[in-house]
Write a protein that binds this ligand. Structure first.
Ligand code: G1P
Ligand code: ZN
Length: 543
């Protein structure tokens, strides 16, 4: 095999975000751009002899082109083998599993998650470490540092490898193993859940709808729900994968998964609805005319975990990102297990899971997962719910409402203001912080401020400190308002306001979250002046 060393120049104008490098496809199509980033990754890890790399992506436009480049660069940079999903496809949780299952030296995942796909849309690339999880700060810092001084990259000059056929091929001592992207993952799920009970449920008059949003989970859902669990084929919606994700926005929330929402809200026929995002790590859970907030979903799964075979011995602990509601904290108290509060982003859960301190974790942003992999996992969350429903023989709504009766309800909503000019967004955050000393003890309607601060986190395992992780206004009754600037937006700044009112006695509460949170919404504006400063009316997205 001939290895070429190509001259290049530093290229990144800013540090990659928490989810790797995400840019327009046209940016990645610039000469040497993808190659520079891949070389920066390879230069930041120690590639020892006989090690393999896991490789796959969400199947969006540019996925197959990038896969070929990365295979050739892996060969040139000393990997003995690349394990790649057939046609270059692996969902993010499946990639995490493959890394762990085959002990590879991490993996490269090609995805821009829920962002739209196509020639004028987004592409993304990230490196996951050998534990299967997103690279920690010290590795992403190293990748960024390498990208600033890069002068050459290495690439083998063999012709494109046929990755559409399962099997292994040898190229001068370098191997490419093409695997079925679904089988290992589906086997893992089958080993964790009570498939016989779920099968009985799905073959009864219980009706499931799963929306793949034209993205990577289609084939996974088909294998799990139809082939292995016997649900009828028509339980699948939008499960044909397309390079453009059907021109849609594969983010499973009430706004973007509108087809599924319509199916669950327009008739009484469908009992359970679920959707996943572009790369399969997010999930949304719906009952008939009933939305389960991701924060409640985490709490319900934690409270009922012992009904699921994989967790029948109980949980070692749970974790949630700071803006996620405190519903799971209440379950942890009852179960007498620790509950960790981490900054936003899945990578913070990795150390806790590797150290055996937590079994389940989740984020309010439709991410739920456990220590079976090191990414959040959309289909796993759906299977948790199906397993719990099969065991409890109750509807989604009844399960959540009885949960609220037992634990109280953390009424919750997130309001996003997208594309706010950065200087205005920053001035809003500065304005809130300027009130840190005056806010405590201040009264807003029936709420008293207890404390106001900027969240920082010390990792209990490696001692690393993350500061500036979002501003918290905590009220004496357990209610909260959190303000944060998004780290994943691509245009201007996205200001996120997380609103949470704790209602101990559910008999008193208004069921609609926006109604129940009306006072909190006003307080948030009073403290932040966001609408006033940005001249905006309603939020761009409410979840
Ligand atoms: C968003 C979510 C966060 C999630 C991340 C990656 O980040 O809020 O919970 O981990 O996407 O999926 P943000 O844009 O808020 O920085
Ligand atoms: Zn995703």
């Amino acid at each position: 095999m001939t290895i070429q060393t190509i001259r290049t120049q530093p290229f990144l104008d800013q540090k990659p975000g928490t989810s790797g490098l995400r840019k327009k496809v046209t940016v990645f199509q610039q000469p040497h751009y993808l190659e520079n980033f891949v070389q920066s990754i390879f230069d930041s890890i120690e590639i020892t002899p006989n090690t393999a790399l896991t490789l796959g992506g969400d199947g969006r436009y540019y996925n197959s082109t990038a896969i070929q480049t990365i295979i050739k660069m892996a060969a040139a940079n000393g990997f003995a083998k690349v394990i790649v999903g057939q046609s270059g496809v692996l969902s993010t949780p499946a990639a995490s599993h493959i890394i762990r299952q085959y002990n590879t030296l991490g993996g490269i995942i090609l995805s821009a998650s829920h962002n739209p796909a196509g020639p004028t849309e987004d592409f993304g690339i990230k490196y996951n470490t050998p534990n299967g999880g997103p690279a920690p700060e010290k590795i992403t810092e190293a990748i960024f540092a390498k990208s600033k001084v890069i002068s050459t990259y290495k690439i083998a000059d063999f012709s494109d490898v046929n990755i559409d056929i399962i099997g292994e091929m040898q190229l001068d001592g370098f191997a490419v193993q093409v695997i079925d992207p679904v089988t290992d993952y589906a086997d893992l799920m089958a080993s964790m859940f009570d498939f016989s009970a779920i099968k009985l449920l799905l073959q009864s008059d219980f009706k499931l709808k799963f929306d793949g949003m034209h993205a990577v989970t289609g084939p996974y859902a088909k294998e799990l729900f139809v082939n292995r669990l016997g649900a009828p084929q028509n339980c699948l919606m939008n499960c044909e994968v397309s390079e453009t994700f059907g021109g849609g926005h594969p983010d499973p929330n009430l706004t973007y998964a509108h087809e599924l929402v319509a199916a669950l809200y327009s008739t009484k026929d469908v009992d359970f609805g679920a959707a996943s995002d572009g790369d399969g790590d997010r999930n949304m859970i719906l009952g008939n005319r009933f939305f389960v907030t991701p924060s409640d979903s985490l709490a319900v799964i934690a409270a009922n975990a012992t009904l699921i075979p994989a967790y029948k011995q109980g949980l070692s602990g749970v974790a949630r990102s700071m803006p996620t509601s405190g519903a799971v904290d209440r379950v942890a108290i009852k179960l007498n297990i620790p509950c960790y509060e981490t900054p936003t982003g899945w990578k913070f859960f990795g150390n806790l899971m590797d150290a055996g301190k937590v079994t389940l974790c989740g984020e309010e942003s439709f991410g739920t997962g456990s220590n079976h992999v090191r990414e959040k996992d959309g289909l796993w969350a759906v299977l948790c719910w199906l397993n719990i429903i099969a065991a409890k023989k109750q509807s989604v709504e009844d399960i959540v409402k009885s949960h609220w009766l037992e634990y109280g309800r953390n009424v919750y909503s997130r309001h996003d203001y997208e594309a706010v000019p950065s200087d205005i967004a920053n001035s809003v955050m500065t304005h809130i912080k300027s009130q840190f000393t005056s806010l405590p003890n201040q009264k807003f309607g029936k709420y008293y401020v207890k404390t106001a601060d900027d969240f920082s986190y010390t990792d209990p395992i490696d001692g690393s400190i993350s500061t500036g992780q979002g501003v918290r206004i905590l009220f004496t009754d357990g209610s909260r308002i959190v303000f944060r600037l998004s780290g994943t937006g691509t245009e201007g700044a996205t200001v996120r306001i997380y609103l949470e009112a704790f209602e101990p006695n559910v008999a008193n509460h208004h069921c609609d979250a926006q109604v129940a949170l009306a006072e909190m919404i006003e307080i948030a504006e009073e403290i932040s002046q966001l609408k006033q400063r940005s001249a905006r009316g309603l939020p761009t997205v409410i979840t």
